[in-house]
Design a protein around this ligand. Structure first.
Ligand SMILES: Cc1cc2nc3c(=O)[nH]c(=O)nc-3n(C[C@H](O)[C@H](O)[C@H](O)COP(=O)(O)OP(=O)(O)OC[C@H]3O[C@@H](n4cnc5c(N)ncnc54)[C@H](O)[C@@H]3O)c2cc1C
Length: 498
Protein backbone atom coordinates (compact mmCIF):
# COMPACT_ATOMS: atom_id res chain seq x y z
CA UNK A 1 0.00 0.00 0.00
CA UNK A 2 1.34 3.46 -0.84
CA UNK A 3 1.09 6.22 1.69
CA UNK A 4 0.65 10.01 1.49
CA UNK A 5 0.60 12.51 4.35
CA UNK A 6 -1.03 15.89 4.03
CA UNK A 7 -2.23 18.75 6.17
CA UNK A 8 -5.76 19.09 4.71
CA UNK A 9 -7.36 16.39 2.56
CA UNK A 10 -10.32 17.46 0.41
CA UNK A 11 -12.24 14.57 -1.16
CA UNK A 12 -14.05 15.83 -4.26
CA UNK A 13 -13.24 18.40 -6.93
CA UNK A 14 -16.64 19.96 -7.61
CA UNK A 15 -17.61 23.51 -6.65
CA UNK A 16 -17.63 22.77 -2.91
CA UNK A 17 -14.28 20.96 -2.74
CA UNK A 18 -12.44 23.44 -4.95
CA UNK A 19 -13.83 26.49 -3.11
CA UNK A 20 -12.81 24.90 0.21
CA UNK A 21 -9.31 24.20 -1.11
CA UNK A 22 -8.83 27.71 -2.53
CA UNK A 23 -10.01 29.40 0.66
CA UNK A 24 -7.90 27.23 2.99
CA UNK A 25 -4.63 29.03 2.05
CA UNK A 26 -2.01 29.11 3.47
CA UNK A 27 -2.70 25.56 4.69
CA UNK A 28 -1.45 22.84 2.39
CA UNK A 29 -4.28 21.02 0.69
CA UNK A 30 -4.44 17.77 -1.25
CA UNK A 31 -7.62 17.52 -3.35
CA UNK A 32 -8.44 14.02 -4.58
CA UNK A 33 -11.19 12.95 -6.96
CA UNK A 34 -12.17 9.67 -8.49
CA UNK A 35 -12.29 10.69 -12.15
CA UNK A 36 -11.58 13.51 -14.57
CA UNK A 37 -12.21 16.67 -12.50
CA UNK A 38 -13.37 18.61 -15.60
CA UNK A 39 -16.29 16.26 -16.22
CA UNK A 40 -17.09 13.88 -13.36
CA UNK A 41 -19.13 16.02 -11.00
CA UNK A 42 -22.62 17.47 -10.73
CA UNK A 43 -21.00 20.89 -10.85
CA UNK A 44 -19.85 20.09 -14.39
CA UNK A 45 -23.44 19.22 -15.33
CA UNK A 46 -25.28 22.12 -13.71
CA UNK A 47 -27.28 24.03 -16.27
CA UNK A 48 -29.79 26.38 -14.70
CA UNK A 49 -27.38 28.59 -12.83
CA UNK A 50 -26.69 30.09 -9.44
CA UNK A 51 -29.27 32.06 -7.47
CA UNK A 52 -28.38 35.39 -5.85
CA UNK A 53 -30.69 38.26 -4.88
CA UNK A 54 -28.83 40.89 -6.92
CA UNK A 55 -31.50 42.12 -9.33
CA UNK A 56 -33.41 45.42 -9.05
CA UNK A 57 -36.18 45.12 -6.47
CA UNK A 58 -34.88 41.80 -5.16
CA UNK A 59 -33.62 41.20 -1.62
CA UNK A 60 -32.04 38.63 0.69
CA UNK A 61 -35.40 38.44 2.52
CA UNK A 62 -37.20 37.56 -0.69
CA UNK A 63 -34.83 34.72 -1.66
CA UNK A 64 -34.91 33.56 1.94
CA UNK A 65 -38.73 33.48 1.93
CA UNK A 66 -38.77 31.52 -1.36
CA UNK A 67 -36.19 29.08 0.03
CA UNK A 68 -38.24 28.46 3.17
CA UNK A 69 -41.43 28.01 1.15
CA UNK A 70 -39.74 25.40 -1.06
CA UNK A 71 -38.25 23.73 2.05
CA UNK A 72 -41.78 23.15 3.33
CA UNK A 73 -41.46 24.21 6.99
CA UNK A 74 -38.38 22.02 7.40
CA UNK A 75 -35.46 24.31 6.57
CA UNK A 76 -33.03 25.56 9.16
CA UNK A 77 -33.99 29.23 8.85
CA UNK A 78 -30.70 30.54 10.18
CA UNK A 79 -28.61 28.35 7.87
CA UNK A 80 -30.65 29.48 4.87
CA UNK A 81 -30.25 33.14 5.82
CA UNK A 82 -26.50 32.70 6.36
CA UNK A 83 -26.01 31.20 2.89
CA UNK A 84 -28.23 33.71 1.05
CA UNK A 85 -26.60 36.67 2.82
CA UNK A 86 -23.27 35.43 1.45
CA UNK A 87 -24.62 35.04 -2.11
CA UNK A 88 -23.42 38.45 -3.37
CA UNK A 89 -19.90 37.84 -2.09
CA UNK A 90 -19.93 34.30 -3.56
CA UNK A 91 -20.79 35.69 -6.99
CA UNK A 92 -18.05 38.33 -6.69
CA UNK A 93 -15.59 35.60 -5.64
CA UNK A 94 -16.52 33.57 -8.71
CA UNK A 95 -16.01 36.57 -10.99
CA UNK A 96 -12.61 37.16 -9.35
CA UNK A 97 -11.55 33.59 -10.17
CA UNK A 98 -12.62 34.14 -13.77
CA UNK A 99 -16.29 33.17 -14.18
CA UNK A 100 -17.96 35.43 -16.73
CA UNK A 101 -21.64 35.56 -15.96
CA UNK A 102 -23.88 36.35 -18.93
CA UNK A 103 -24.65 40.04 -19.27
CA UNK A 104 -27.48 42.02 -20.80
CA UNK A 105 -27.59 45.72 -21.64
CA UNK A 106 -27.91 46.80 -18.01
CA UNK A 107 -25.53 44.41 -16.29
CA UNK A 108 -25.80 40.74 -15.32
CA UNK A 109 -28.74 39.02 -16.93
CA UNK A 110 -31.06 37.58 -14.28
CA UNK A 111 -33.29 34.62 -15.10
CA UNK A 112 -36.54 33.51 -13.52
CA UNK A 113 -36.88 29.90 -12.34
CA UNK A 114 -39.65 27.91 -10.72
CA UNK A 115 -40.23 28.78 -7.07
CA UNK A 116 -38.37 32.12 -7.28
CA UNK A 117 -40.43 35.27 -6.96
CA UNK A 118 -37.78 37.37 -8.73
CA UNK A 119 -35.51 36.87 -11.73
CA UNK A 120 -32.31 36.09 -9.80
CA UNK A 121 -30.56 33.16 -11.47
CA UNK A 122 -27.22 33.97 -13.06
CA UNK A 123 -26.01 31.94 -16.02
CA UNK A 124 -22.56 31.64 -17.53
CA UNK A 125 -22.22 30.49 -21.14
CA UNK A 126 -26.00 30.10 -21.27
CA UNK A 127 -27.03 26.75 -19.83
CA UNK A 128 -23.41 25.60 -19.38
CA UNK A 129 -23.12 27.48 -16.08
CA UNK A 130 -21.72 24.57 -14.05
CA UNK A 131 -18.96 23.71 -16.49
CA UNK A 132 -18.06 27.41 -16.84
CA UNK A 133 -17.75 27.72 -13.05
CA UNK A 134 -15.78 24.49 -12.80
CA UNK A 135 -13.37 25.46 -15.58
CA UNK A 136 -12.64 28.79 -13.87
CA UNK A 137 -12.13 27.16 -10.46
CA UNK A 138 -9.83 24.47 -11.90
CA UNK A 139 -7.76 27.08 -13.77
CA UNK A 140 -7.46 29.09 -10.56
CA UNK A 141 -6.50 26.00 -8.53
CA UNK A 142 -3.75 25.20 -11.05
CA UNK A 143 -2.10 28.48 -10.05
CA UNK A 144 -2.47 27.97 -6.28
CA UNK A 145 0.79 26.84 -4.72
CA UNK A 146 -0.92 25.53 -1.61
CA UNK A 147 -3.08 23.03 -3.56
CA UNK A 148 -2.19 19.71 -5.15
CA UNK A 149 -4.91 18.00 -7.21
CA UNK A 150 -4.76 14.24 -7.62
CA UNK A 151 -7.35 12.67 -9.92
CA UNK A 152 -8.05 8.97 -10.40
CA UNK A 153 -8.10 8.22 -6.70
CA UNK A 154 -11.37 6.78 -5.40
CA UNK A 155 -11.75 7.15 -1.66
CA UNK A 156 -13.39 4.11 -0.07
CA UNK A 157 -13.20 4.65 3.69
CA UNK A 158 -12.35 7.21 6.33
CA UNK A 159 -9.38 6.53 8.57
CA UNK A 160 -10.15 6.57 12.24
CA UNK A 161 -7.73 8.60 14.33
CA UNK A 162 -6.42 7.46 17.67
CA UNK A 163 -8.45 10.27 19.29
CA UNK A 164 -11.67 8.80 17.84
CA UNK A 165 -11.84 11.49 15.14
CA UNK A 166 -11.03 11.20 11.45
CA UNK A 167 -7.39 11.19 10.37
CA UNK A 168 -7.53 10.88 6.59
CA UNK A 169 -8.85 8.31 4.16
CA UNK A 170 -8.17 5.09 2.32
CA UNK A 171 -8.55 4.94 -1.42
CA UNK A 172 -7.68 3.10 -4.58
CA UNK A 173 -5.90 4.37 -7.64
CA UNK A 174 -6.93 3.54 -11.22
CA UNK A 175 -4.98 0.29 -11.14
CA UNK A 176 -6.69 -0.81 -7.92
CA UNK A 177 -3.63 -0.07 -5.79
CA UNK A 178 -4.48 0.87 -2.20
CA UNK A 179 -3.48 4.35 -1.02
CA UNK A 180 -3.53 5.52 2.58
CA UNK A 181 -3.77 9.29 3.04
CA UNK A 182 -3.04 10.57 6.54
CA UNK A 183 -4.47 14.06 7.14
CA UNK A 184 -4.90 16.48 10.01
CA UNK A 185 -8.23 17.60 8.62
CA UNK A 186 -10.46 15.78 6.15
CA UNK A 187 -13.13 17.56 4.10
CA UNK A 188 -15.82 15.51 2.37
CA UNK A 189 -17.10 17.26 -0.78
CA UNK A 190 -18.22 14.18 -2.69
CA UNK A 191 -21.59 15.44 -3.93
CA UNK A 192 -24.89 13.59 -4.16
CA UNK A 193 -26.33 10.09 -4.46
CA UNK A 194 -28.44 9.93 -7.63
CA UNK A 195 -26.45 6.82 -8.66
CA UNK A 196 -28.42 4.82 -6.09
CA UNK A 197 -31.49 5.22 -8.36
CA UNK A 198 -32.21 3.68 -11.77
CA UNK A 199 -33.17 7.06 -13.31
CA UNK A 200 -30.83 9.87 -12.44
CA UNK A 201 -29.48 13.09 -13.89
CA UNK A 202 -26.31 12.65 -11.78
CA UNK A 203 -23.15 11.28 -13.34
CA UNK A 204 -21.39 8.06 -12.37
CA UNK A 205 -19.50 9.95 -9.66
CA UNK A 206 -22.59 10.44 -7.47
CA UNK A 207 -23.18 7.25 -5.52
CA UNK A 208 -23.43 8.68 -2.03
CA UNK A 209 -19.99 7.33 -1.11
CA UNK A 210 -18.91 10.26 1.06
CA UNK A 211 -22.16 10.15 3.00
CA UNK A 212 -21.95 6.36 3.29
CA UNK A 213 -18.37 6.53 4.63
CA UNK A 214 -19.30 9.16 7.20
CA UNK A 215 -22.35 7.14 8.24
CA UNK A 216 -20.22 4.06 8.75
CA UNK A 217 -17.95 6.05 11.08
CA UNK A 218 -20.96 7.19 13.14
CA UNK A 219 -21.27 10.78 11.90
CA UNK A 220 -24.66 12.38 12.49
CA UNK A 221 -26.78 12.54 9.33
CA UNK A 222 -30.17 14.12 8.59
CA UNK A 223 -32.87 14.39 5.94
CA UNK A 224 -31.96 11.10 4.26
CA UNK A 225 -35.54 10.69 2.99
CA UNK A 226 -35.54 13.99 1.09
CA UNK A 227 -34.53 13.27 -2.51
CA UNK A 228 -35.45 15.74 -5.17
CA UNK A 229 -36.56 14.33 -8.50
CA UNK A 230 -36.14 16.55 -11.52
CA UNK A 231 -39.34 16.62 -13.56
CA UNK A 232 -37.82 17.11 -17.00
CA UNK A 233 -35.05 14.68 -17.88
CA UNK A 234 -35.06 13.72 -21.54
CA UNK A 235 -36.45 10.17 -21.74
CA UNK A 236 -33.64 8.12 -23.25
CA UNK A 237 -32.00 4.79 -22.45
CA UNK A 238 -28.84 6.63 -21.38
CA UNK A 239 -27.46 6.44 -17.85
CA UNK A 240 -27.49 9.15 -16.56
CA UNK A 241 -30.50 10.63 -18.35
CA UNK A 242 -29.82 14.09 -19.80
CA UNK A 243 -31.46 17.01 -18.04
CA UNK A 244 -33.59 19.62 -19.75
CA UNK A 245 -33.16 22.66 -17.56
CA UNK A 246 -36.10 24.04 -15.63
CA UNK A 247 -35.19 27.45 -17.00
CA UNK A 248 -36.89 26.31 -20.22
CA UNK A 249 -40.21 26.42 -18.39
CA UNK A 250 -39.18 29.77 -16.92
CA UNK A 251 -38.80 30.95 -20.55
CA UNK A 252 -42.23 29.62 -21.57
CA UNK A 253 -42.01 25.85 -22.22
CA UNK A 254 -44.83 23.69 -20.82
CA UNK A 255 -45.76 20.05 -20.20
CA UNK A 256 -48.18 18.06 -22.31
CA UNK A 257 -49.87 14.72 -21.58
CA UNK A 258 -50.46 11.91 -24.08
CA UNK A 259 -53.68 13.59 -25.31
CA UNK A 260 -51.87 16.87 -25.96
CA UNK A 261 -53.45 18.60 -22.92
CA UNK A 262 -51.47 20.86 -20.57
CA UNK A 263 -50.38 18.49 -17.76
CA UNK A 264 -50.07 21.13 -15.05
CA UNK A 265 -53.22 23.14 -15.91
CA UNK A 266 -55.37 23.15 -12.79
CA UNK A 267 -52.89 20.89 -10.95
CA UNK A 268 -51.28 23.81 -9.10
CA UNK A 269 -51.83 27.60 -9.01
CA UNK A 270 -48.36 28.13 -10.50
CA UNK A 271 -49.05 25.66 -13.32
CA UNK A 272 -45.82 24.72 -15.10
CA UNK A 273 -43.82 26.79 -12.63
CA UNK A 274 -45.12 24.81 -9.63
CA UNK A 275 -42.49 23.49 -7.17
CA UNK A 276 -40.31 20.70 -8.50
CA UNK A 277 -41.79 17.98 -6.31
CA UNK A 278 -45.32 18.76 -7.50
CA UNK A 279 -44.34 18.65 -11.17
CA UNK A 280 -42.12 15.56 -10.69
CA UNK A 281 -44.98 13.64 -9.04
CA UNK A 282 -47.35 14.55 -11.86
CA UNK A 283 -44.83 13.30 -14.44
CA UNK A 284 -43.97 10.14 -12.44
CA UNK A 285 -47.63 9.26 -11.90
CA UNK A 286 -48.29 9.28 -15.65
CA UNK A 287 -45.21 7.07 -16.10
CA UNK A 288 -46.61 4.56 -13.58
CA UNK A 289 -49.84 4.53 -15.60
CA UNK A 290 -47.79 3.71 -18.70
CA UNK A 291 -48.41 7.13 -20.26
CA UNK A 292 -45.83 9.49 -21.69
CA UNK A 293 -45.31 13.18 -20.88
CA UNK A 294 -43.73 15.77 -23.19
CA UNK A 295 -42.07 19.14 -22.76
CA UNK A 296 -43.20 21.56 -25.44
CA UNK A 297 -40.36 24.04 -25.85
CA UNK A 298 -41.06 24.88 -29.49
CA UNK A 299 -41.90 28.51 -28.70
CA UNK A 300 -38.64 28.91 -26.72
CA UNK A 301 -36.45 27.39 -29.41
CA UNK A 302 -38.31 29.28 -32.11
CA UNK A 303 -37.64 32.63 -30.39
CA UNK A 304 -34.72 34.87 -29.52
CA UNK A 305 -34.34 32.82 -26.28
CA UNK A 306 -33.00 29.83 -28.25
CA UNK A 307 -29.39 31.03 -27.90
CA UNK A 308 -29.68 30.85 -24.10
CA UNK A 309 -29.95 27.06 -24.14
CA UNK A 310 -27.05 25.72 -26.22
CA UNK A 311 -26.67 22.59 -24.07
CA UNK A 312 -30.36 21.67 -24.24
CA UNK A 313 -30.29 22.20 -28.00
CA UNK A 314 -27.19 20.03 -28.35
CA UNK A 315 -28.74 17.30 -26.13
CA UNK A 316 -31.94 17.21 -28.19
CA UNK A 317 -30.14 17.21 -31.53
CA UNK A 318 -27.80 14.43 -30.46
CA UNK A 319 -30.94 12.34 -29.81
CA UNK A 320 -32.39 13.17 -33.21
CA UNK A 321 -34.92 15.67 -31.82
CA UNK A 322 -35.61 19.20 -33.04
CA UNK A 323 -36.92 21.17 -30.02
CA UNK A 324 -38.05 24.06 -32.25
CA UNK A 325 -40.45 21.75 -34.09
CA UNK A 326 -41.53 18.94 -31.77
CA UNK A 327 -42.36 18.31 -28.08
CA UNK A 328 -39.69 16.35 -26.18
CA UNK A 329 -40.38 13.06 -24.32
CA UNK A 330 -39.47 13.42 -20.66
CA UNK A 331 -39.26 11.48 -17.38
CA UNK A 332 -38.70 12.43 -13.75
CA UNK A 333 -35.24 11.42 -12.43
CA UNK A 334 -33.35 11.45 -9.10
CA UNK A 335 -31.52 14.76 -9.08
CA UNK A 336 -30.50 16.22 -5.73
CA UNK A 337 -30.20 15.07 -2.12
CA UNK A 338 -31.38 17.60 0.43
CA UNK A 339 -30.09 15.50 3.34
CA UNK A 340 -26.54 14.63 4.26
CA UNK A 341 -23.89 14.79 6.95
CA UNK A 342 -24.98 17.27 9.62
CA UNK A 343 -22.63 20.25 9.78
CA UNK A 344 -22.51 23.36 11.93
CA UNK A 345 -22.22 26.94 10.68
CA UNK A 346 -18.50 26.43 9.95
CA UNK A 347 -18.94 23.11 8.14
CA UNK A 348 -17.73 20.90 11.00
CA UNK A 349 -19.32 17.48 11.43
CA UNK A 350 -19.63 15.96 14.89
CA UNK A 351 -16.50 13.82 14.28
CA UNK A 352 -13.26 15.67 15.18
CA UNK A 353 -11.18 16.33 12.06
CA UNK A 354 -14.07 15.75 9.64
CA UNK A 355 -15.68 18.59 7.69
CA UNK A 356 -18.28 18.48 4.92
CA UNK A 357 -19.61 20.91 2.32
CA UNK A 358 -21.73 20.93 -0.80
CA UNK A 359 -24.35 18.33 -1.61
CA UNK A 360 -22.91 15.67 0.72
CA UNK A 361 -23.51 17.95 3.72
CA UNK A 362 -26.73 18.90 5.45
CA UNK A 363 -26.68 22.53 6.55
CA UNK A 364 -30.47 22.27 6.86
CA UNK A 365 -30.92 25.08 4.33
CA UNK A 366 -32.98 23.11 1.81
CA UNK A 367 -35.32 21.39 4.25
CA UNK A 368 -37.65 18.99 2.46
CA UNK A 369 -37.12 20.50 -0.97
CA UNK A 370 -34.39 22.51 -2.62
CA UNK A 371 -35.20 25.71 -4.42
CA UNK A 372 -33.77 25.62 -7.96
CA UNK A 373 -30.24 27.05 -8.31
CA UNK A 374 -29.71 27.27 -4.55
CA UNK A 375 -27.33 24.28 -4.51
CA UNK A 376 -24.46 25.74 -6.51
CA UNK A 377 -24.84 28.74 -4.24
CA UNK A 378 -24.64 26.58 -1.13
CA UNK A 379 -21.67 24.61 -2.50
CA UNK A 380 -19.69 27.81 -3.18
CA UNK A 381 -20.64 29.60 0.05
CA UNK A 382 -20.15 26.59 2.35
CA UNK A 383 -17.01 25.42 0.55
CA UNK A 384 -15.51 28.85 1.17
CA UNK A 385 -16.66 28.83 4.79
CA UNK A 386 -14.96 25.48 5.42
CA UNK A 387 -11.75 26.70 3.75
CA UNK A 388 -11.71 29.95 5.71
CA UNK A 389 -12.37 28.11 8.97
CA UNK A 390 -9.48 25.75 8.25
CA UNK A 391 -7.22 28.69 7.41
CA UNK A 392 -8.02 30.24 10.79
CA UNK A 393 -7.65 27.07 12.89
CA UNK A 394 -4.36 25.71 14.18
CA UNK A 395 -3.38 22.30 12.83
CA UNK A 396 -4.05 19.36 15.18
CA UNK A 397 -1.84 16.32 14.81
CA UNK A 398 -3.95 13.21 14.18
CA UNK A 399 -2.53 9.72 14.09
CA UNK A 400 -4.49 7.21 12.02
CA UNK A 401 -5.17 3.79 13.49
CA UNK A 402 -3.81 1.01 11.33
CA UNK A 403 -6.53 -0.72 9.29
CA UNK A 404 -5.98 -3.95 7.42
CA UNK A 405 -7.06 -3.88 3.78
CA UNK A 406 -8.07 -6.84 1.70
CA UNK A 407 -7.89 -7.00 -2.10
CA UNK A 408 -11.70 -7.27 -2.11
CA UNK A 409 -11.93 -3.72 -0.76
CA UNK A 410 -11.05 -2.50 -4.23
CA UNK A 411 -13.71 -4.59 -5.95
CA UNK A 412 -16.26 -1.83 -6.10
CA UNK A 413 -18.76 -0.95 -8.77
CA UNK A 414 -17.64 2.55 -9.75
CA UNK A 415 -20.62 3.07 -12.06
CA UNK A 416 -23.53 3.04 -9.70
CA UNK A 417 -24.93 1.35 -6.67
CA UNK A 418 -25.40 -2.03 -8.36
CA UNK A 419 -28.31 -2.94 -10.61
CA UNK A 420 -30.40 -4.62 -7.90
CA UNK A 421 -29.87 -1.90 -5.35
CA UNK A 422 -30.86 0.74 -7.88
CA UNK A 423 -33.98 -1.17 -8.92
CA UNK A 424 -35.13 -1.53 -5.31
CA UNK A 425 -34.50 2.14 -4.55
CA UNK A 426 -36.37 3.19 -7.71
CA UNK A 427 -39.36 1.08 -6.71
CA UNK A 428 -39.75 2.16 -3.11
CA UNK A 429 -38.00 5.57 -2.79
CA UNK A 430 -39.28 7.38 -5.92
CA UNK A 431 -41.44 10.52 -5.94
CA UNK A 432 -44.53 8.46 -4.85
CA UNK A 433 -43.97 6.30 -1.76
CA UNK A 434 -46.10 3.94 0.29
CA UNK A 435 -45.47 2.10 3.58
CA UNK A 436 -45.85 -1.46 2.20
CA UNK A 437 -43.45 -0.78 -0.69
CA UNK A 438 -40.96 0.78 1.71
CA UNK A 439 -41.16 -2.26 4.05
CA UNK A 440 -40.62 -4.68 1.20
CA UNK A 441 -37.74 -2.54 -0.15
CA UNK A 442 -36.17 -2.62 3.29
CA UNK A 443 -36.38 -6.42 3.42
CA UNK A 444 -34.83 -6.76 -0.03
CA UNK A 445 -31.99 -4.37 0.77
CA UNK A 446 -31.28 -6.18 4.04
CA UNK A 447 -31.17 -9.55 2.24
CA UNK A 448 -28.87 -8.09 -0.39
CA UNK A 449 -26.55 -6.81 2.30
CA UNK A 450 -26.43 -10.21 3.98
CA UNK A 451 -25.45 -11.82 0.67
CA UNK A 452 -22.35 -9.62 0.27
CA UNK A 453 -18.84 -10.92 0.70
CA UNK A 454 -17.36 -9.49 3.92
CA UNK A 455 -14.68 -7.55 2.03
CA UNK A 456 -17.13 -5.77 -0.34
CA UNK A 457 -16.53 -2.53 1.51
CA UNK A 458 -18.08 0.04 -0.82
CA UNK A 459 -21.11 -2.06 -1.73
CA UNK A 460 -21.77 -2.64 1.97
CA UNK A 461 -21.49 1.06 2.79
CA UNK A 462 -23.84 1.96 -0.08
CA UNK A 463 -26.35 -0.63 1.09
CA UNK A 464 -26.14 0.63 4.66
CA UNK A 465 -26.82 4.14 3.39
CA UNK A 466 -29.76 2.94 1.26
CA UNK A 467 -31.21 1.06 4.23
CA UNK A 468 -30.89 4.17 6.40
CA UNK A 469 -32.68 6.20 3.69
CA UNK A 470 -35.60 3.76 3.51
CA UNK A 471 -35.82 3.70 7.31
CA UNK A 472 -35.94 7.50 7.34
CA UNK A 473 -38.76 7.44 4.76
CA UNK A 474 -40.65 4.86 6.82
CA UNK A 475 -40.37 6.85 10.01
CA UNK A 476 -41.61 10.03 8.38
CA UNK A 477 -45.31 9.21 8.52
CA UNK A 478 -46.45 12.28 6.60
CA UNK A 479 -46.01 13.94 3.22
CA UNK A 480 -43.71 16.93 3.02
CA UNK A 481 -41.81 18.48 0.13
CA UNK A 482 -40.02 15.82 -1.88
CA UNK A 483 -41.16 13.05 0.50
CA UNK A 484 -44.69 12.04 -0.50
CA UNK A 485 -46.47 8.98 0.94
CA UNK A 486 -49.81 7.84 -0.42
CA UNK A 487 -50.62 6.29 2.99
CA UNK A 488 -49.89 9.58 4.80
CA UNK A 489 -50.78 12.20 2.18
CA UNK A 490 -50.79 15.24 4.50
CA UNK A 491 -48.11 17.28 6.22
CA UNK A 492 -47.99 16.79 9.97
CA UNK A 493 -47.57 20.29 11.45
CA UNK A 494 -46.13 18.69 14.61
CA UNK A 495 -43.07 17.78 12.52
CA UNK A 496 -42.45 21.38 11.36
CA UNK A 497 -39.03 22.82 12.14
CA UNK A 498 -39.20 25.13 15.15
C1 LIG B 1 -27.69 17.63 -14.40
C2 LIG B 1 -27.62 18.53 -13.20
C3 LIG B 1 -27.96 19.87 -13.31
C4 LIG B 1 -27.91 20.72 -12.19
N1 LIG B 1 -28.20 22.04 -12.35
C5 LIG B 1 -28.06 22.87 -11.28
C6 LIG B 1 -28.24 24.27 -11.42
O1 LIG B 1 -28.51 24.77 -12.50
N2 LIG B 1 -28.09 25.05 -10.32
C7 LIG B 1 -27.78 24.55 -9.10
O2 LIG B 1 -27.67 25.31 -8.13
N3 LIG B 1 -27.58 23.23 -8.95
C8 LIG B 1 -27.70 22.39 -10.01
N4 LIG B 1 -27.47 21.05 -9.84
C9 LIG B 1 -27.00 20.56 -8.53
C10 LIG B 1 -25.57 21.04 -8.33
O3 LIG B 1 -24.88 20.88 -9.55
C11 LIG B 1 -24.87 20.21 -7.26
O4 LIG B 1 -25.64 20.14 -6.11
C12 LIG B 1 -23.52 20.85 -6.90
O5 LIG B 1 -22.76 21.07 -8.07
C13 LIG B 1 -22.80 19.93 -5.96
O6 LIG B 1 -21.46 20.35 -5.85
P1 LIG B 1 -20.47 19.48 -4.96
O7 LIG B 1 -19.15 20.14 -5.08
O8 LIG B 1 -21.07 19.27 -3.63
O9 LIG B 1 -20.46 18.03 -5.67
P2 LIG B 1 -20.00 17.62 -7.14
O10 LIG B 1 -19.93 18.78 -8.03
O11 LIG B 1 -20.85 16.48 -7.56
O12 LIG B 1 -18.52 17.09 -6.91
C14 LIG B 1 -18.28 15.89 -6.23
C15 LIG B 1 -16.82 15.49 -6.41
O13 LIG B 1 -16.53 14.36 -5.57
C16 LIG B 1 -15.87 13.35 -6.32
N5 LIG B 1 -16.13 12.07 -5.69
C17 LIG B 1 -17.33 11.47 -5.42
N6 LIG B 1 -17.13 10.31 -4.78
C18 LIG B 1 -15.77 10.17 -4.62
C19 LIG B 1 -14.95 9.18 -4.03
N7 LIG B 1 -15.46 8.07 -3.46
N8 LIG B 1 -13.60 9.36 -4.07
C20 LIG B 1 -13.06 10.46 -4.65
N9 LIG B 1 -13.80 11.43 -5.22
C21 LIG B 1 -15.14 11.29 -5.20
C22 LIG B 1 -16.46 13.52 -7.72
O14 LIG B 1 -15.67 12.89 -8.70
C23 LIG B 1 -16.46 15.04 -7.83
O15 LIG B 1 -15.17 15.52 -8.14
C24 LIG B 1 -27.52 20.19 -10.93
C25 LIG B 1 -27.18 18.85 -10.81
C26 LIG B 1 -27.23 18.02 -11.93
C27 LIG B 1 -26.86 16.58 -11.77
Amino acid sequence: MSSIDTDVLVVGAGAAGLCAAISAAPRRVLVVCADDPRAASSTALAQGGIAAPLGAGDSVRSQWADTLTAGCHTSDRRAALRVIRAAGEAVRFLTRVGVRFDRGESGWRMHLEAGHSHARVLHAEGDRTGSAILAALLAHVAGCEHIELLSGLRVAALLEGQDGGIAGALGFDREGGAVRIGARETVLATGGLGGLFPFTTNGHHANGDGLAMALSRGARVAGLEFIQFHPTALKTSEDPVPLLTEALRGAGAFLLDARGNRLMKGAHPLGDLAPRDVVARAVWERGLQGEGVWLDATAVFGSEHAGEFPLALHTCRSHGLDPAREPLPITAAAHYHMGGIVVDALGRTDLPGLWACGEVASTGMHGANRLASNSLLEAVVCGRTVGESLARSSPVRRVPRAKPLTPGDASIDPHGGGVRLRAIMGRCMGPLREGGELQSGLRELTALRESLAPEALTARQRLDLSIAMVQAALSRRESRGAHWRSDFPHRDPAADAR
